[in-house]
Design a protein around this ligand. Sequence first.
Ligand SMILES: Nc1ncnc2c1ncn2[C@@H]1O[C@H](COP(=O)(O)OP(=O)(O)OP(=O)(O)O)[C@@H](O)[C@H]1O
Ligand SMILES: [Mg+2]
Length: 260
Amino acid sequence: MSELIATRIRDTATKLGLLHLAEVVPDLVKRAEDATMGYLDFLDLALGEEAGVKDGRRFRNALKLSGLPHHKTLDDFDFTFQPDLDVRKIRDLATLAFVEARANIALLGPPGVGKSHLAVALAVAACQAGFSVYFTSLDDLVAKLRLASAQGKLGWQIRSYLRPSLLIVDEVGYLPLDRADANLVFQLVSRRYEKGSIIITSNKAFSEWGQVFTDEVLATAILDRFLHHCDVISINGPSWRLKERLSAPDPTPISPSVTE
Ligand SMILES: Nc1ncnc2c1ncn2[C@@H]1O[C@H](COP(=O)(O)OP(=O)(O)OP(=O)(O)O)[C@@H](O)[C@H]1O
Ligand SMILES: [Mg+2]
């Protein structure tokens, strides 16, 4: 490739925002020549290279903005440890049709069974697919809404929770909310209803949500909207945390004192 054409391609690619392509054109041309590629294959390769780099960058940005506590995936999840959990159902959810449909997911079960892990794994898949994601505990969510309400900025704060395609609200039920806080959650759930997906994780059955939200009427109104389009996944197996503790070697017994 002549130096003149190489420079012109680099300049044009830069002007068009194809920054990766601008860097790698000489390499791509060499690959194309070595493989005696046709025009269409070469164009496909060049555009695919740029798109791949852009997708990677968008994925990393989405992960950064998501507030996810870690980036564990479904491949990191040992389904044999929860034999009652329907693997196919979870894999279906990972196709993210529920995000397109603005539907919800509830992951219910006792501590350590992998509720947050699965919520995060679905969120990572969503980031990879180009959706925007935001992860929060219910506690943090309520604290932010409460502060915003006190500062007269509730509308703005609620709108910030409407923006992501997928909102994950972790740990519903660990701490009960008073009526005013429950009302803030109700406002958010009603505004997101049929507009954006929510995944919640909870250690409480829906029948106990009246206690979590202090007020049966509010809890029913929240559940009515949330459950209208919702997959409910109950995980009732053992805790992974206990498994790790039980399989850890016994601590070394304390040796008898030499003075005995
Ligand atoms: N089946 C599994 N395979 C691999 N790791 C698992 C599995 N289940 C849980 N874990 C791991 O165990 C730890 C606890 O899981 P997780 O935080 O998802 O539990 P949880 O159900 O959300 O519990 P809690 O109600 O206490 O929040 C995490 O490190 C998670 O990655
Ligand atoms: Mg959890």
